[in-house]
Design a protein around this ligand. Sequence first.
Ligand SMILES: Nc1nc2c(c(=O)[nH]1)N[C@H]1C(S)=C(S)[C@@H](COP(=O)(O)OP(=O)(O)OC[C@H]3O[C@@H](n4cnc5c(=O)[nH]c(N)nc54)[C@H](O)[C@@H]3O)O[C@H]1N2
Ligand SMILES: Nc1nc2c(c(=O)[nH]1)N[C@H]1C(S)=C(S)[C@@H](COP(=O)(O)OP(=O)(O)OC[C@H]3O[C@@H](n4cnc5c(=O)[nH]c(N)nc54)[C@H](O)[C@@H]3O)O[C@H]1N2
Ligand code: SF4
Ligand SMILES: [Mo]
Length: 713
Amino acid sequence: MTALDDISVTDVSTSTVRAACAHDCPDTCAMLVTVEDGRAVGVRGDPAHPFTQGGLCVKVNDYQDKVYSADRLLHPMRRTGPKGSGEFQRITWDEALDEIAGRFRATIAEHGAESVMPVSYLGTQGILNGLNVGDPFFNALGATIAERTYCDSGACTAYTMTIGATAGVDPESLVHSRYIIIWACNMVSTNLHLWPFVAEAQRRGAKVVVIDPMRHRTAKRADWHIPIRPGTDGALALAMMHVIITEGLTDEAYVRDHTVGYAELVERVQQHTPEWAEGETGIPAEDIRTLAREYATSEPSMIRIGVAIERHAGGGQTVRSIACLPALVGAWRKVGGGLLQLPLWAFPVNWGALMHPELATPGTRVVNQYQLGQALTGGMQLDPPINALMVYNSNPLVVCPDQDELVAGLSRDDLFTVVSDHFLTDTARYADIVLPATTQLEQHDIMFSWGHFYVSLNTPAIAPLGEAVSNTELFRRLAARMGLSDPCFTRSDEDMLAEAFDWSAPAMQGITLDSLRESGWARLNLPGPDEFAPHAEGGFPTPSGKTEFWSSVAEAAGNFVVPLFRQGYEGFQPGGVVDPLPHYVPPRETTDSGYPLSLISPKSHAFLNSSAGDQPRQRRVQGEQTVVVHPRDAEPRGITTGQYVQVFNDRGRYTARAEVSSDIAPGVVLSPMGAWLKNAPGRSTVNAVNPVAFADLGNAPTFSDSRVEIAPA
Ligand SMILES: Nc1nc2c(c(=O)[nH]1)N[C@H]1C(S)=C(S)[C@@H](COP(=O)(O)OP(=O)(O)OC[C@H]3O[C@@H](n4cnc5c(=O)[nH]c(N)nc54)[C@H](O)[C@@H]3O)O[C@H]1N2
Ligand SMILES: Nc1nc2c(c(=O)[nH]1)N[C@H]1C(S)=C(S)[C@@H](COP(=O)(O)OP(=O)(O)OC[C@H]3O[C@@H](n4cnc5c(=O)[nH]c(N)nc54)[C@H](O)[C@@H]3O)O[C@H]1N2
Ligand code: SF4
Ligand SMILES: [Mo]
């Protein structure tokens, strides 16, 4: 008999705690955590949750192993070796806070508060510990405002310009769709829990179409995969409108009653024939006609756009065009018809209470995190330069483009860098002070979702490990040490939970913190998925109340970043002039750059951005940094599967293992993002070659607008 068998089950106190996955993922799964004697021994999806349906993905179904990993950061540390070496020594929280406050004060006194810059994103998506947790602190300091437009910012600008900040379609109502276009979204990897609803629609007879340069896991389950050249989706959408209009397939009554700018749109799309679009997209004109006809005549038809749809020079205008399609054919009339982008618009999150924009000094400098490398090296000629950096909820060395520049910036001896994380990430290796953060099992939080209509409460299952603290506690400590006196800096987590939502909003009726403590999660107070058709009678939250083919917002405001993505809420940001009608912006990088291959870098199947990128099980599933190459491109270069190749352009290079496959479109190569530099052969990954240029709207990134060459290593 082993020692374990000696333990009688009755000696062990077992309980189940209701939690919610914290990852930046549309699924926001309801988790049940099994706790034995104060230790989490397993996690599973809540079988009662209509979206989670009892399953967690490969990234999270062993979450307890991540929590108890021997690599967890459990104490504050100070760097002892050169930047990047990963050599650190344990210090106390008092020492860490003293040093941070001392260095922040010194640089503020000498160079002004804008010499301090925060960098953060969605390491956790919780309303308390996520996107805005540090904003009040940095706003009160007067630090440089970090603009955070990594993800869906361009699509959000375009979407709100066209149909307003609407919840759109209930993802669960996709079972009612008759035609589903999955456009730039690898759902089976990135939005796994939506797939069963699509599969159910398919079982009921719906046709599922995937538009993607890659025949990926999702495309293989579709009825029709349409390979497209990266960054040319706008041409396809415009040509679809051309076919729908010239062949009389519009819903005339819907267009008349619920849209503005139809006459102008008709004129605009005249030139955008399927033959023209074939030249741009590589899709045969006849296929474009078939797609347009089928889309227009199947009722209801549905478009699911992925975040990747925006990652090129014309990403914003692409989403403008796509957002026009459902109104043109009257898809909104029926449950299961319309456009699915981010249902997060349905959640009355109390952003103002979280960000405390009023603490920011008007006119404070804004720097986009996407350009962090240049901001740190002097390429942006900032005055004052950034001398103190605080990174939390993010791993910029992996997720930002211009990786070599960022390595150079983070290596600056005169830069004081603080990183709070669960692990010693690639970025944390460059920190002067590293701080340990709690995981979702150790902290309170409350979650919205960008993939379904359920609010969830995350109750801590276990006590914090070591000296790890939640982000809310981190900023309480920092604020106290910096002598900040606004009452928001002494709010408890309980206070913040109470402030997280506008509980009196219609969508929150019947939901209270107490009810969530019982149930763990609740559906927003909206019609059920079998009834939800919010725009059957129009009613779009635009200035006209209609779908705006001719966008009055674009006309009045020009280009802007929606407030969600900019720390220090300042309302819509006026920018460059924008044509109010959708139009085509071709990819910025062409073969003229001297680099023949178009590179895309979507998500890894087993990592969540770079999170889990260093965990043994997920690394086994994902493998190392790869590049997928079409045989037609591999052969002339003498590249075979398994071989190491160099992927390069003028911006940089990385080494990857080649996978020769006809699943990728010819002329395109694909390297998933998320691998850690420290595990990569050349200590660099795909973002070493990606550009810092923005897309046309919302300062969106252009990860799919990148040209490279490859050669055997
Ligand atoms: N497994 C896993 N799931 C995740 C994440 C993760 O890292 N890993 N990250 C989460 C986050 S933050 C996000 S934003 C979402 C994103 O999830 P998705 O929206 O699915 O985004 P990606 O996986 O980046 O890209 C989706 C697809 O777009 C294709 N693509 C790239 N460029 C173009 C283009 O120009 N046109 C077309 N038509 N297709 C293109 C790619 O080949 C890829 O198959 O996933 C979330 N879920
Ligand atoms: N080439 C390429 N680059 C991309 C993309 C792409 O598709 N291609 N996608 C872009 C997109 S869509 C996104 S959303 C961004 C994602 O960019 P990030 O949000 O920076 O994603 P992660 O790399 O996962 O970094 C999150 C970090 O936060 C840490 N963390 C998690 N929880 C906590 C916590 O509670 N407290 C603290 N202090 N830290 C915590 C995690 O351990 C992890 O190191 O990447 C962008 N970059
Ligand atoms: S990462 Fe996404 S799919 Fe996986 S458990 Fe979390 S919410 Fe669910
Ligand atoms: Mo994202």
